[in-house]
Unconditional design. Structure first.
Length: 177
C-alpha cells in the first residue's frame, strides 16, 4: 500500500470521539488536510474520510493538538487553530474563500456576499457558496458561520440541522462568557 500523496507527502489520520459524535481527520506533512463532521458511528466517519484515509498512517499521537482542540470546541470552547492547512489541489479562488471564512469570529455570522466582498469578487456570492460546499476542513474553516444575505440558513455540506447545531453551540458558549 502506498502511503504517499501525489506530492510525496506522508499522510496521517485519526478517528476519535467527541461529545457531538465521531470525527475523522487527515493531515499531511504540509498541514491539516481533512476534517469530517461528527457522525454517530466510527464507521460513518471512516466512510466520509474516503479513500485518502486508506493511504494514511493512523496516528492519534501526532494529531493530538487538533484532536484536543476539536474536543474542546464541541464542549463549548472557541477553536483557535493556527497550524498549517494543506489545501493541495484547491483553486486560488477556493483558497481565498476559505481563508476569508476563517476570519469570521467565533459565535458570529457573515453572508456569502460578505465573503465575496472580502476576496474582491463582490458579485461572486453564489460561487462562494459552491467553494464552501467543497470545504475539506469544516469547523477549522467555519463555513457554518456563513448565511444567506437575509440571515437564513442555507446550503451546508453537513446538512442544515448540523449548521444550526454548530451555530447554537457557539452562540450558547459565547453567552456564557
Amino acid at each position: 500500500m502506498n502511503r504517499k500523496t501525489e506530492l510525496n507527502q506522508t499522510l496521517f489520520s485519526a478517528i476519535f470521539h467527541t461529545t457531538a459524535g465521531w470525527i475523522g481527520i487527515i493531515s499531511s506533512t504540509g498541514g491539516l488536510r481533512r476534517v469530517t463532521f461528527p457522525h454517530p458511528t466510527e464507521g460513518e466517519t471512516r466512510h466520509e474520510l474516503g479513500p485518502e484515509a486508506e493511504l494514511a498512517f493512523p496516528s492519534e499521537g501526532r494529531l493530538q493538538e487538533i484532536i484536543t482542540l476539536l474536543r474542546g470546541y464541541f464542549s463549548g470552547k472557541p477553536l483557535d487553530f493556527y497550524g498549517c492547512l494543506d489545501f493541495d489541489g484547491a483553486t486560488t479562488f477556493r483558497r481565498a474563500v476559505w481563508e476569508a471564512t476563517r476570519t469570521i469570529p467565533y459565535g458570529e455570522t457573515r453572508s456569502y456576499a460578505w465573503v465575496a466582498a472580502q476576496i474582491g469578487k463582490p458579485k461572486a456570492a453564489r460561487a462562494v457558496g459552491q467553494a464552501l460546499g467543497e470545504n475539506p476542513l469544516p469547523i477549522i474553516v467555519p463555513c457554518h458561520r456563513v448565511l444567506a444575505s437575509d440571515g437564513s440558513l442555507c446550503g451546508f455540506g453537513g446538512g442544515l440541522e448540523m449548521k444550526k447545531r454548530l451555530l447554537e453551540l457557539e452562540i450558547n458558549a459565547a453567552d456564557k462568557r
